[in-house]
Design a protein around this ligand. Structure first.
Ligand SMILES: [Mn+2]
Length: 258
């Protein structure tokens, strides 16, 4: 049985902002979005990879400047509209302490969101990349409670170094990997939605924003949230970012570039 969350619309959803020391312009765009959400949203849900990496909630006690700034903005939005945060594959170590710190609530990995009787499955999405066996193996290891305990017992400095190494390795694998392995497996999603008697899903992770209409393989509506990028763009490349607004049965996608 999946966790259920009942909220009044409009609910704003975003993911894959990848906040970090190297993304100051992206952070600024995201902070503008937070201001807008706090004025217009009934609730704001961030579905993971809010941070490019998360090395433990105690990071906030010695937070670098970019992080203090991000925390300030997240705290501000939570005083004006209910804020929910979920974990992604980059920031899976986010815990209750961080949520409390910013006045947010922690989302379970998969949640059924009910808005005026319309129901949506919410998830980060990495769990659906089931064709990527190597990633799923890695995911099981890093989600192990004892592995996490051992990691969190290290100094913040050591944790940061390990995280950086892991990032470099994962980028190497992605470059050499077959691209088709990286997207979600629609059959996996279809099975879950059918089991839960749902008709729609909203997820992030793949950085392939889209509204997939029902098909024979996946007879459900599937909204994929965009990633955010205003820092590392080639000349002429538009900045990326956006969100989804859900109000009852109505789903609207909004894009930074438009
Ligand atoms: Mn992700």
């Amino acid at each position: 049985m999946l966790n259920k969350l009942s909220l009044n619309g409009p609910v704003w959803l975003a993911s894959d902002i990848h906040l970090g020391a190297d993304n100051p312009a992206t952070a600024q765009r995201f902070f503008q979005f937070l201001d807008q959400a706090s004025a217009q949203a009934g609730a704001l849900l961030l579905l993971g990879d809010i941070f490019d990496v998360w090395i433990g909630d105690d990071w906030t006690k010695q937070s670098p400047q970019w992080l203090s700034q991000a925390l300030t903005h997240l705290k501000r939005v939570s005083t004006r509209c209910p804020l929910w945060i979920g974990r992604g594959n980059r920031d899976f170590l986010i815990g209750r302490q961080l949520a409390e710190n910013i006045g947010a609530k922690l989302l379970e990995p998969q949640v059924i969101l009910d808005i005026d009787g319309s129901r949506y499955l919410l998830a980060h999405g990495d769990e659906f990349c089931t064709n990527d066996r190597a990633y799923q193996r890695f995911r099981r290891i890093v989600r192990n409670r004892w592995v996490q305990k051992a990691y969190l017992s290290l100094s913040l400095n050591t944790r940061a170094k390990i995280a950086q190494k892991a990032r470099q390795q994962s980028m190497q694998t992605q470059i050499s990997a077959n691209q088709s392995n990286i997207d979600v497996c629609e059959q996996t999603i279809a099975r879950l939605l059918a089991r839960e008697q749902l008709t729609a899903i909203i997820h992030g992770h793949t950085h392939r924003p889209n509204h997939h209409q029902p098909t024979a393989v996946c007879p459900f509506d599937r909204w994929v949230l965009p990633d955010w990028e205003s820092d590392h763009l080639r000349a002429g490349q538009p900045e990326r970012g956006g969100w989804v607004v859900v109000d009852g049965a109505k789903v609207t996608t909004l894009n930074l570039a438009t």
